[in-house]
Design a protein around this ligand. Sequence first.
Ligand code: PLP
Length: 397
Amino acid sequence: MATKNLALSELRGKTYTEIVFDQVWGQVESYQATHPEQEIFMMALGDTTKPLPSTVVKAIVEAANRLGNSQTYTGYEDITGNPALRSAICTDYYQKKIGIEIDSSEVFISDGAQSVSVNIQELFAPDNIVAVQNPTYPSFVEGALLASRSLVNLPCLEENNFVPRPPDKKVDLIYLCFPNNPTGAVATREQLKSFINYAKSNQAIIIFDAVYSPFVTTPNIPKSIYEIEGAQECAIEIGSFSKWANFTGLRVGWCVIPQALKIKNTVPGELNNLWQTRHAVKFWGTANVAQHGAIAALSPAGQKECQEVVNYYLQNARLLRDGLATMGLECFGGIDSPFVWVKAPQYLSSWQFFEKMLEAKGIVGVPGCVFGDNGEGYLRLAALGQRENIEATVKNL
Ligand code: PLP
């Protein structure tokens, strides 16, 4: 007799995606039905809106044409990713942009960061305890709940600039995301070092989500956890082409599992090998055409175009922050990140502030409490929209 997965059915209706689609959209739709004259400024989704860089488009078209020709057709590829892409991530991303050495055997290509950020938990025993920032990117929590793991919260508050301290109890896995979604906060070298010290003393692993690191503009803010000494022994890093190269639909990301990574019952290289085994069982690679697009994004011409994309979104965030500040609203983030974390005035709750912004200004964000209870009293606005939309929003403020 087949029975349902209880962990999955318990999550039903409570995931971030479902809350945004049912409750946020639901409220917007019902408000619009009674107020058709109100212009709506959509800033809820962290989805990109600019087109793919032309260098990427050209590479994709060429790759598709090669697939359409019997002389140049290729089928299955290396399941851990196109070797040229893995090597470009090492040299053109980590070495040239950040100044750190990663071996291509440590890089695994995925269909974006989302799947790997949850699936990576499969490397570890079911009883491992997971620490998450609160508020946090919800998938880390949802993945842990799906695997029936215990969770420990690391509070991210205004008092600590939304950067938590290492856990004060023993945990096994620690998710960190910087620049952070939803708060837009970044962590200093010293703050990251304290997590590495914790991980090394407790044989814990840090899962570092660096999806927004190309948005870092503040000097001396690390773009990769591997900029901190000792991280190769205790941290996995996740990256993505989604936000800085507009790949949200194309789907290419990666994770780095260093050969030096080591926990209690493993030798160096073993976790990397285990992830290869997991690929052999569950994941046979990312679309080859998309991977050619990613290689092009890392070429000199591609990087130049991608930098323009990042500058564009950051300028959006700046305009939004400045506009909100003129209204007297207190804002965080939006400097090294495309997210602006807006504090609700007059002790409004997240949902009350959401409603007020919708009804008074037509602005749609995501109530901060959806990202964890420490997000109560905030609203997250995403600045990944078109400039005209941002300018119209600001004008309306
Ligand atoms: N990690 C964070 C922190 C994100 O904000 C997102 C997307 O919004 C993802 C991962 C997923 O990105 P991808 O499109 O690469 O799957």
